[in-house]
Ligand binder design. Structure first.
Ligand SMILES: [Zn+2]
Ligand SMILES: [Zn+2]
Length: 311
């Protein structure tokens, strides 16, 4: 009897161990090399313009913040929770703005809340964002996920917003998912303003399609007047430790968080490697993920980058 009990417990332990390995650790290492996945030189030439036409600064407008378990953000990472920022980025010209990111509204942020002590949402910052979107020359997003789209899908004045929107085809297709079935008429008839290829949308601002995290995921490469080069990478990783460690999010996050849009993990493994190598070769390039709060705050010490925290 004891022998059988030991055997059954043993089998259980093996199954649990296998499940843990599969969900938390497996299939999460970047590929060994990713030549040709990204081409910084091409973006630099597409971003070039007479210096007075370039943007002067960027401002990260945080509407909310929280923490996430480290093992969900980066496979094999354990220990302290990861600080998460929910924000949009304004690209400032002397006379106008481009807004990247629809951020998250209060209702969604409350639904996603994880930390009782660290969670914040700023209604003032959200109102500031939705009105800046009306005044902006263009409004884009990095990708079609609820924490990047709500200020678009649930914007209080969709009629005024719609003419400013420059979205790609998969992003437009996904918008109804985020509108509780009641997408404003002005947002139903949108035409794609992007070609799906690497393209310049304004002096110093280049859109780089990077499908993988979602079909419509894209990065934004920015050259500022002062010479700083900035790459917004959206959610290719949540925290920069993942790029440093050459890791993706684990399978667990894939199935628990990204419904119904499962990630193309093979593409992410290539992109993480490509970003890792690009950063090693270009240490002056400022790479900004959407959510890594500590990284964003540290980057804001750089000329031309401002971070406005949600309090
Ligand atoms: Zn995402
Ligand atoms: Zn996100």
């Amino acid at each position: 009897m004891v022998k059988w009990t030991v055997r059954i417990v043993g089998i259980f332990m093996v199954i649990l161990g296998g499940l843990f390995w599969w969900l938390m650790l497996s299939g999460s290492t970047a590929v060994k090399s990713a030549p040709g996945v990204f081409d910084l030189t091409d973006w630099q030439s597409k971003a070039s313009a007479p210096v007075e036409q370039l943007p002067t600064s960027i401002r990260i407008l945080e509407v909310g913040r929280d923490t996430a378990p480290p093992f969900a953000a980066q496979a094999g990472r354990f220990g302290a929770p990861v600080a998460m920022s929910y924000n949009a980025v304004a690209i400032n010209y002397p006379d106008r703005q481009i807004i990247i990111g629809g951020a998250v509204d209060r209702q969604t942020a409350e639904g996603m809340a994880l930390s009782k002590t660290e969670w914040r949402f700023s209604d003032a910052a959200y109102t500031e964002l939705t009105s800046a979107m009306i005044d902006a020359e263009q409004v884009l997003m990095t990708h079609e996920h609820l924490d990047h789209v709500m200020a678009i899908a649930r914007h209080p004045d969709a009629d005024a917003l719609a003419p400013n929107l420059v979205l790609n085809a998969p992003q437009i297709e996904a918008l109804p998912l985020f509108a509780d079935g009641e997408l404003a008429p002005a947002l139903i008839s949108l035409q794609s303003g992007l070609s799906g290829r690497v393209e310049t949308i304004a002096p110093g601002v280049v859109i780089v399609p990077a499908p993988g995290h979602t079909p419509g995921s894209q990065m934004v490469f920015i050259t500022l007047q002062g010479g700083a080069e900035i790459l917004l990478i959206g959610d290719i990783v949540w925290n920069m430790g993942a790029i440093q460690a050459l890791k993706t999010r684990p399978v667990l996050t894939q199935y628990m968080v990204f419904r119904p849009n499962y990630e193309d993990r093979a593409a992410i493994k290539q992109q993480v490697r490509a970003l890792h190598d690009m950063m090693a070769d270009n240490p002056e390039l400022i790479v900004l993920p959407a959510h890594d709060r500590e990284w964003l705050i540290a980057a804001a010490a750089t000329d031309g980058i401002e971070f406005q925290p949600a309090e």
